[in-house]
Every structure is written in structure tokens, then in C-alpha cells.
Design a protein around this ligand. Structure first.
Ligand code: FES
Length: 87
């Protein structure tokens, strides 16, 4: 099996981007990430409306929220509204 994207850290674990993040709807981590970025989403409800993830049992909501938070921080870093220092 060849992966199109590298593994990513999710909740302290290394996750395969192609593995379903939302099992109810079979939506992968990579698909959710792309959905958030392309649609400027800020809520689980928004993700559910666009790709279906999170619309079932809600077990994946904590992962969806984490991705939303990571995306928001990445955007703020890109736009310089927060500064990052490794020190
Ligand atoms: S795993 Fe996402 S709604 Fe059930």
C-alpha cells in the first residue's frame, strides 16, 4: 500500500491520513483537513454539512475539534497574529 501523504500527529498518536477519522461516514483525516482548509470552517457542524464527518455517533467530534483548533492556530501563525518561539 502506498500512502499519498505522510503520517501526522493527532492527539499524541501518529495517524495515517488515509485512515478513517469518522468511522460512521468513512471520512479520512486528510479529507477532513482538506474540507476545513478549503471551506474556512470553524465548527464541527460546518464539517458535517460539507463532508458528513461527525454526523453520526459523535465519537469523532474530539478529533474534528482538534483539527479545527490546529487549523485556526496555523492560520494565525501564517498571518502573524500570534508569534511562535521554540525557546
Ligand atoms: S465516528 Fe464520526 S460520527 Fe461516528
Amino acid at each position: 500500500m502506498e500512502l499519498s501523504q505522510p503520517a501526522v500527529r493527532l492527539g499524541g498518536r501518529i495517524e495515517c491520513p488515509e485512515r478513517p477519522l469518522c468511522h460512521c461516514f468513512g471520512v479520512s483525516h486528510a479529507e477532513v483537513q482538506e474540507t476545513i482548509e478549503q471551506n474556512d470552517l470553524v465548527s464541527v457542524r460546518g464539517i458535517t454539512q460539507v463532508c458528513g464527518a461527525g454526523g453520526g455517533c459523535t465519537a469523532c467530534h474530539r478529533h474534528l475539534k482538534r483539527l479545527l483548533n490546529e487549523n485556526a492556530v496555523a492560520k494565525r501563525l501564517q498571518h502573524g497574529s500570534i508569534a511562535y518561539s521554540a525557546e
